[in-house]
Design a binder for this molecule. Structure first.
Ligand code: APR
Length: 313
């Protein structure tokens, strides 16, 4: 069984650990935070429920002691500030790029081969930063955004069709931003039946629009960004990596010509297994979808360029 470390013991980090306990695929989980005591407290709280979760996973909470993360198979980076109502994910780039740079450097000292999963926002540029700053092989760094956005897409489709979420298959590609994500409605199915045959164009458009602002809707309600769906989405991706499940998951990968883009980290469907993301799956997009992807890539690249302009990479 595997060792997974989670950096940042806030809402998303702690939820992710809890989700991994439910999925029960780790022998050890290390939860690390910069704030004294928070990781130790949350780890102990969850360990005290381990028997009831039905797991023997050991959770270790530490304050900034990266030596305890040594030899992790996967490290999930949630450390960073979340957005407040009215903010975009892109506005977090200044603070979070410093945090993600120092965290990834510390993690790699003790787990040079670990797959790094980036969640801190703006997630696509933070994935690019992690890859470039640490000069890692491209497959070793993956961003978690598409899995979450697809999960929200599933929810809105299931609601519109009044069917169980388990009967829906769908994907969101492109950037992990309110304006850059692309819920692929043409590819979405209810038990293999295209949803476009079951829902009117107006309803399909509303589902797509609701999905795109899914995170912002929650931020407005909660006063901070969401954590249950992000935590579970990261946990299922980590499971696909450590169990080498090779699931097809939309996630943020470094493109070298795929989808007509290069030198860019952005969401695309990929096979996720023991080496991180292993292979990008190229969908046959129509002209409209291609244009949306190009616009999303342009916007994502211009946010990532801020890192270059500010000499961060
Ligand atoms: N090292 C370790 N932990 C850190 C560091 C650091 N350098 N800087 C901040 N943290 C910790 C904070 O102490 C806090 O406990 O990261 C945690 C972040 O938790 P929250 O504030 O609850 O934020 P959360 O909702 O979990 O979101 C984290 O994920 O979805 C994204 O946009 C979101 O960027 C945000 C990130």
């Amino acid at each position: 069984m595997a060792k997974v470390s989670v950096i940042g013991a806030g809402n998303v980090g702690a939820s992710c650990v809890e989700a991994m306990l439910h999925l029960n695929f780790c022998s050890e989980i290390v939860l690390l935070d910069i704030k004294e005591g928070i990781s130790e407290g949350k780890a102990m709280d969850m360990m005290q429920a381990a028997k009831q979760y039905g797991t023997n996973t050991k959770i270790i909470g530490v304050t900034n002691d990266y030596s305890k993360t040594a030899n992790s198979d996967v490290v999930i980076i949630t450390s960073g500030i979340p957005r407040k109502p009215g903010m975009t994910r892109e506005e977090l780039i200044g603070v979070n790029s410093n945090i993600v740079s120092s965290v990834s450097e510390n993690v790699l000292k003790f787990s040079p081969k670990a797959v790094l999963m980036v969640i801190a926002n703006p997630m696509d540029p933070m994935t690019y930063l992690t890859l470039k700053k640490n000069k890692l092989p491209k497959n070793q760094v993956v961003g978690m955004g598409g899995q979450l956005d697809s999960s929200r897409f599933t929810y809105y489709l299931a609601q519109a069709l009044d069917v169980p979420v388990s009967d829906i298959e769908c994907m969101v590609i492109g950037g992990h931003g309110d304006k850059t994500m692309i819920p692929l409605i043409r590819f979405a199915t209810y038990k293999g039946i295209p949803v476009t045959k079951l829902l009117t164009k107006e309803v399909c458009d509303k589902v797509v629009a609701d999905t795109m602002v899914g995170g912002a809707t929650l931020t407005k309600l909660l006063g901070t960004s969401a954590w249950y769906a992000p935590g579970m989405s990261a946990a299922t991706m980590a499971k696909s990596i450590v169990m080498n499940e090779r699931k097809m998951i939309p996630c943020c990968c470094y493109l070298e010509g795929e989808y007509g883009q290069s030198d860019l980290c952005i969401g695309v469907p990929a096979i996720v297994g023991k080496n991180g993301w292993e292979k990008i799956v190229e969908l046959e997009l129509n002209e409209e979808e291609k244009a949306l992807f190009k616009a999303s890539a342009d916007a994502t690249r211009s946010t990532a360029n801020v890192l270059k302009e500010q000499n961060i990479i």
